[in-house]
Write a protein that binds this ligand. Sequence first.
Ligand code: SF4
Length: 771
Amino acid sequence: ATQVAPVEKDCSSITPPYPALLRNLEHVRKVLQRPLTLAEKILYSHLIDPEKNLSGAGKIRGEVYLQLRPERVAMQDASAQMALLQFMSAGLAQSAVPASIHCDHLIQAVEGAESDLKRSIVTNQEVFDFLESAARKYGIEFWRPGSGIIHQIVLENYAAPGMLMLGTDSHTPNAGGLGMLAIGVGGADAVDAMTGTPWELKAPQVVGVRLTGQLNGWATPKDLILHLAGKLTVRGGTGRVLEYFGPGVFSQSCTGLATIANMGAEVGATTSTFPYTPNMRAYLNATGRSPVARAADEAASRGFLNADENAEYDEVIDINLSELEPTINGPFTPDLATPLSKFGEFIESQGWKDEVSAALIGSCTNSSYEDMTSVADLAQQAKRAGLTTKVPFLCTPGSEQIRATMERDNVTSTLQDVGAVVLANACGPCIGQWKREEKKDEENAILTSFNRNFKSRNDGNRLTMNFLASPTVVTAMAFSGKLSFNPMSDSLTLPSGEPFKFSPPSGQDLPSAGFALGETSYYPSPSPKPHPEVDIVVKKDSQRLELLEPFPSPFGEASGNNRDLELPPLKVLLRVRGKCTTDHISAAGPWLKYKGHLTNISENLLITAVNDEGGDVNVAFDRDTNTSGTIPEIAKRFKSRKQPWALVVDDNYGEGSAREHAALQPRFYGCAMILARSFARIHETNLKKQGVLPLWFVDKSDYSRISSGDVLETIGLTDTLQGISDAPIKVKVTKSNGETFEIQTKHTMSTDQLQWLRAGSALNHIRLSLN
Ligand code: SF4
């Protein structure tokens, strides 16, 4: 555990190709002839053909589909299974770009790091073997269970200023802490990059967030993004990049910036980024990447790594860090922000018990050395006063490097002395991998330093209220056991009856003795070569893995000719009410084990969604037989009758994660179209990729006019698909009583995306173009 990360490692495969990017940027400048934001510089310099893509386009942001070439792909173990199953069916010998797989989501927290890791490796052996053999075959870096959480590892090893990267996880933007664009996508998008197919993204708008002032006292970078989430709401970042600038950026550590970028996902932002700073350089140097830092210095001196003077943003938000106070967000949605000083009143006004039932720190959002040393400072203060935590206090280090450095520097022992249990370097409770014995089916409140807090996410209990806060506020609350405790102003009572007040925590950005490497057997060999001779075994009777069958074109026989490209008549399965995140569409927790088995995981389709006709959870109606059942039961019935179907859904449908199962599962059961008041970006793309047509109501009140059992027919899709017209697609609705009417819809399909629909999926389209 005392081996220290090398001062300078071989960075040839992780240094962005700055000279080529700068050349591309020159072409972009010639075409656009205006100052550029940093996000634009990074994105447009990765265009395959800037002249072709941007010339004559007029307005770019929010309008033009960009054809991009990302430099790297990262996949976590749950989403990598489907990404690789799709990649395998493309028939290539190796990944076209460097890629990595990270074993983090499948490790369940029960009692502590060592035994949890051992047990989870046994339980998931088949999946880990599959991932490792695929990694060997295709030349992908494989980070074994125990190595850490994907985003922390990416930040420590791969992220670099100015890079464009895709990750099959919604918190991929975490890497933006190093001044790059890292974008969360579904596996099918990762397959684009891995097959060398242009990756398409509608040019996002760019929101400038100007930071002035200085954080002080208990306020941390986490509080900045919790505050911003409250301002922007879960939809405020849709189709937009958050680009921070101003003097306040330069006073943050690189890992603090990563926390801010990480939770940009909670406002639906495409990603977040920052100009290159001296703290980023220091972090690159501390993690053995001084060659990347030197190359970035050179690129920065040529104007690549910050916005041009007078660059125009679509909106500018001003935040004075000096005025920011710690904030607590939740429950059940990450944008319900309450300043710490008002939180006690808020709890009282809701009539909730003033009790914390567990406190959890770490995760990909907040497990930097700075976070952990700040928390250890509080633990040390409490220990000296003779206090221990009042409630279970769990800590998940983000990586083996962090864990080993914490252990060497006595951070771990300090936390354990006050009652902390250190879990494996993995997602654990953050993704429902938490075997929690207490508070089952009971209303209770937990505080976490995580990023997401939808119902049931952590322990499977819909009544557990998860409040998001900085690691230091979470830790202070663990000592008080009360939600109303404000460590900035309140005291705790010592056994002696004396009052005890925490001093504001102070942490250390980077370890003075360097990062310890820890258990090096968890790490991959750098830049592995492909091994075509490796067999990837998927057992026929496996309950965890299943080879994918291509989805047929929804147009059936008609797909081969140009006569009729309307969808077949679709029966409405369900009208979904209100918030429907990818967690509602495809739950995680115990279902994570079926991520590589589409038939098995589809049994969880929409099981926590609310049916707007009656208000029940997981109930659907089969109007043909006048019966009802669970949503997966009725969807399966439709599939067995070969009855294609549609969903009617509310606003921001598919909010949350990049989970492509939320698109694959409805498609697997025969869903061909989803009519929404609005869609979340990643999920809408995932639907398109899997050959499901996402349509937006022009008049949102039409949502209530359509019921289960109604039949929907598209009008005008043929002309759209054939490029004859870009008029809105209409939908004819036939009610069960025979009444009919038409509604107007709009869509966001690009020319290429229409071809995916026609082929049955993006993968079918790629396969056709590769052969
Ligand atoms: Fe893992 Fe949670 Fe981070 Fe997702 S948000 S990568 S589940 S730690």
